[in-house]
Design a protein around this ligand. Structure first.
Ligand SMILES: Nc1ncnc2c1ncn2[C@@H]1O[C@H](COP(=O)(O)OP(=O)(O)OP(=O)(O)O)[C@@H](O)[C@H]1O
Ligand SMILES: [Mg+2]
Length: 242
């Protein structure tokens, strides 16, 4: 199988705590893989090691056949790994358009400001924010901040997109819209790793799931099969139902 990403025995310790414990998995080209698990399971930490915002304590990340472990985040972005952040950090003083243009300049490899703006406009239209390009980022409400975050990642022209709770705080109409946007991204050939708690989104988007619990991989496989796994129900779903 043609894998875009291979994660090998990835581990991250924070002092005494093992946030991610020897996690290995592969992501096939064109696949949507869901990363689920209870709060504090290590999902964001794992994604941060893949995109390079956090250094692994051990293990390796192979993107398109080469190890990227030693590369800084901006180099990985340039190679094609894009991500959104659970805790959004827009540049408040900048317009929506400029916020996204920074993404194009930082990770998209674009040097020309005019072309970066054109790329930003395209990404913003794609996520349904074409009418808000001149707003200031700090004027935006929660859902638009989520869209801005996604547009920023898309402006980097990723081939692998890491989404960290892109649906959190969205209403059901907004969730449907975002599910549709993510499907379109996949049909454009982008491979996607999605951290998500919204069950409807997980079920309708993910080909496979990987489940973390206390930093360890406790299940991996076809979505419905994993959601029926008693260990997963106990660790994650059972908790939601209580
Ligand atoms: N910078 C840090 N310093 C110390 N501990 C950290 C740091 N970042 C994360 N942790 C700890 O590592 C563990 C995993 O955190 P992480 O944010 O990866 O979980 P998560 O699965 O993304 O949770 P959530 O669903 O709440 O977003 C938690 O116990 C967390 O407190
Ligand atoms: Mg998280």
């Amino acid at each position: 199988m043609d894998d875009i990403l291979e994660v090998r025995e990835l581990t991250r310790r924070f002092h005494g705590l093992i946030a991610v414990d020897r996690v290995s998995f592969r992501l096939a080209r064109g696949e949507i893989l869901g990363l689920i698990g209870p709060n504090g399971a290590g999902k964001t930490t794992l994604v941060s090691m893949i995109n390079g915002t956090l250094k692994p304590s051990a293990g390796d990340i192979v993107f398109e056949g080469r190890s990227v472990r030693a590369l800084p985040a901006y180099r990985r972005a340039y190679l094609g790994i894009g991500r959104t952040f659970q805790i959004m950090k827009p540049f408040p003083g900048l317009s929506v358009l400029d916020n996204v243009a920074v993404g194009a300049l930082f990770g998209g490899g674009e040097r020309n400001l005019e072309r970066a703006h054109a790329q930003a406009r395209e990404s913003l239209e794609f996520v349904g924010m074409g009418s808000r390009i001149s707003h200031h980022a700090d004027e935006l409400g929660g859902p638009d901040r989520k869209r801005l975050e996604l547009a920023k990642a898309l402006a980097m022209k990723p081939r692998l997109l890491l989404l960290d709770e892109a649906m959190a705080g969205l209403n059901s109409v907004e969730i449907e819209e975002l599910i549709d946007v993510i499907r379109q991204l996949r049909s454009q050939g982008i491979s996607i790793l999605v951290i998500e708690h919204v069950m409807k989104a997980i079920r309708s988007l993910c080909d496979r799931l990987l489940v973390l619990h206390h930093g360890e991989k406790i299940a991996e496989g076809a979505t419905e099969e994993v959601l029926r796994d008693p260990r997963v129900v106990e660790a994650y779903l059972g908790r939601e139902r209580r």
